[in-house]
Design a binder for this molecule. Sequence first.
Ligand SMILES: [Zn+2]
Length: 71
Amino acid sequence: MKRYCYYCDKDVEYTVKEELIHDNIEGVEYSFVAKLAYCNGCGKEIYIAELDDENIRNANAEYKKKAGLTS
Ligand SMILES: [Zn+2]
């Protein structure tokens, strides 16, 4: 499966890496594992909507846990 890379200006093969992200919302610190895609050609991060959606869901879930909120 290929995705468009802005830097290479073409569809490229990419590699998904998991990275632990630390963030802070209104003083509540939390961390979550984000999936980030990197172009195999130039090594730059590329945007993939499905991964972004998943990252946001994970971030929200971890934030709610830390903030003591139930969803
Ligand atoms: Zn590229």
